[in-house]
Design a protein around this ligand. Sequence first.
Ligand code: FEO
Length: 396
Amino acid sequence: MFIHKITDSIDYVGVNDRTTELFEGLWPLPYGISYNSYIVKGSEKIALIDTVELGHTREFMESLRLQGIDKIDYLIINHMEPDHSGGIPLVVTAFPDIKIVGNKKTIDMIKGFYHLMNDYLYVEVAENQTIDLGNISLKFIMTPMLHWPETMMTYCEEEKLIFTGDAFGCYGALNGGVVDDSMECSLYINEMYRYYSNIVAKYGKFVLSALKKLSSVEIEYLCPTHGPVWHSRLAEVLEITRRLASYEGEDGVTIIYGSMYGNTAEMAELFAISLSRRGIKNIRVHNASKSSLSEMLADALRYKGLIIGSPTYNTEIYPPVSHLVSAIRARDMKNKIVASFGGYTWAPGATKKIADNLEAMNFQDAGSVIMKQSLTEEVENNISEVAEKFCALFNS
Ligand code: FEO
């Protein structure tokens, strides 16, 4: 039997999902995803940290059986979203003497989702309470709204290791290894931007509060519920998370456009060329009808420049662009330098609606370019002018 050891006392018992197409029914999983669970073996007691998604409980229970585990004292629930809590009923059935450990909100949610109503099942914990496993202990740190209200983390001081729920997680199934020391991690780092922007981005201020709490404890391992355990790249992962949570954009510009017949697309190309000629090197262009919302959000959040274009469609913003704009607003993105553009045939409207949305978010606006029907020299000049102003703001 192969055991994924993280430290002397802690083993990985998560599972891979390589079949689900869309996480939460929304977000593409080209490289799959892992649902991470961990076993903490103290000298006197054993704790299981989180479970897995319902459809993967067979492998999960098999993994516990193969480890020869016939008794678990505590099931710690750091996060109740069903991709982690789906295995709770099965674990309770398999280990009838187990106690479920969570905060008040967690316990209410377990009762609501899984109808496990007997109070004797539960140990309710609050900030900084601990559970003793013998030679090691687990301390609970409340980190609400990462990205649900009940979310908490579980810290093992003796191993300098923390179980973080979705925080520091990423898409991507694990390909043999579990700890980053033994893996090439560039795929997971890229997928972390996509995961964070899709799932967590609205809650930046809560992420920053959690990071502040974590700064007061000694940590060598971050054990999230998705993706690798972070050890050698821990500092880098903390820094990426801090930057994203602060809405601190990296050097780069995302251009996102919609286009039915190629006219607004020509404007997007001209914007990209105008920025490139003014020295901007990192430019990501997305056709909103082709790129996934997931990828577009990742780039929109990651980079400090954002330019959005759309033709007018039924007097509104073209639907895939409209979806993107509302997803950006829903995430409360901040600190962007922006511009907008778009074409129309007989009724202008989309560009102004994009600009109004960007203005409502208090971004620094370099201006808009509106084009009637097709590209003209005047439109080209207007794009050049807005690009000039955009670059001045970008480089200031
Ligand atoms: Fe991975 Fe919020 O669940």
